[in-house]
Design a protein around this ligand. Structure first.
Ligand code: AQP
Length: 323
């Protein structure tokens, strides 16, 4: 199978990114042909400071490598280093109904929150479709929030194929059930733009501070509680092993304990979980040349594949002579 996914360098990666997406990237690099990219063209719709965008892009590469992405198994590259994708995006754009984009929830939500909706944000699902189709991807590991965009990609690829012949492979989203939507410190989806994130490489002190601020209900300590509806318990479950989850769930049901106890346990288990990655990260950060070389090799491999697919699409729709 060919696997592809992208992640935006819009800030530091958070627990939602890790459990919703990055963890799958790492697993799927075994036994598949995997392509992972840092989506700097998408990030440009929100990050308008060149220094920050560039720094975030390099930090994102270091983070992914530290978290276990292996450049000998997977192709890691920066989105804008494969210009074929932008050209493919235009080919798809010419057949994209506006109504399809107007229904996309990421655009609708951002607009509802008063963010200015430019053409980049509006057409983001078309660029995302090009990102996926350019590599003939079969599987796209994502969190629940991206599933609709994969459907858009299938729609666009399907109608292009219908009109011009079998050019594109139709991809499927791969969502992990237990972490499809990781909650943030306010109980809503963990998201940079909601300012409710806990970062993977956050220092221990500030991570503990954020954990202590996670919202909980205000019922008295002695009341029994339902673990399954509590975002704090959901977060604990991401890190704890099944036996510890059971012990914690039993405490919830029995009552007579405070949420502070759960928060302390969460901080400990999260710190231990990311310790090894943290160490690997410091080693990589000290070797920027190695990281630059990995990205250069990755973009070369990715371009080779994208060029084949673009040529196929150009020939199919009459932009190039058929061979
Ligand atoms: N809370 C989450 N739960 C599960 N998966 C999540 N992802 C993001 N948040 C959660 C998944 O992470 C991958 C990278 O997505 P992205 O680059 O689009 O990051 P994002 O969605 O931009 O992250 P934010 O924090 O939500 O950014 P803003 O606020 O800017 O939109 C995707 O696979 C996504 O599903």
């Amino acid at each position: 199978m060919r696997v592809l996914s992208g992640i935006q360098p819009t800030g530091r990666f958070h627990w939602g990114n890790y459990f919703g997406a990055i963890r799958q990237y790492i697993d799927l690099q075994h036994g598949n042909e995997a392509y992972y990219f840092i989506a700097n063209l998408h990030a440009l719709t929100t990050v308008r400071d060149p220094e920050i965008l560039w720094r975030n892009t390099i930090e994102a590469a270091i983070d992914l490598l530290a978290l276990g992405l292996d450049p000998d198994r997977a192709t890691l590259f920066v989105q804008s280093d494969v210009p074929e994708v932008s050209e493919l995006c235009w080919l798809l754009m010419t057949g994209t109904p506006l109504g399809l984009l107007e229904r996309c929830h990421a655009y609708k939500e951002k607009k509802a929150r008063g963010l200015t909706a430019d053409a980049g944000l509006f057409t983001y699902p078309v660029l995302m479709a090009a990102d996926i189709l350019a590599y003939d991807a079969d599987i796209v590991p994502v969190g629940m929030d991206q599933v609709q965009h994969i459907e858009v990609c299938r729609d666009l690829a399907g109608s292009f194929n219908h009109q011009f012949g079998e050019v594109f492979v139709l991809p499927n989203a791969k969502v992990l059930e237990d972490s499809a939507k990781v909650p943030g410190t306010d109980g809503e989806k963990m998201s940079k733009s909601y300012e409710n994130t806990i970062d993977i490489f956050e220092d221990a002190k500030s991570m503990r501070k954020k954990i202590m601020r996670i919202v909980t209900d205000s019922r008295p300590m002695e009341d029994p509680k339902d673990p399954d509806t509590d975002p704090l318990y959901q977060l604990y479950c991401l890190f704890a092993d099944p036996a510890d989850r059971e012990v914690m769930a039993a405490k919830y049901r029995a009552g007579g304990f405070g949420y502070g106890e759960v928060k302390k346990a969460l901080a400990e288990v999260a710190e231990a979980f990311f310790a090894e990655f943290r160490e690997r990260r410091s080693r990589l950060a000290a070797d920027p040349e190695q990281v630059a070389q990995i990205l250069a090799d990755g973009s070369e491999r990715a371009r080779r594949k994208a060029q084949q697919v673009l040529q196929r699409a150009q020939q199919a729709c009459g932009l190039k002579a058929a061979t």
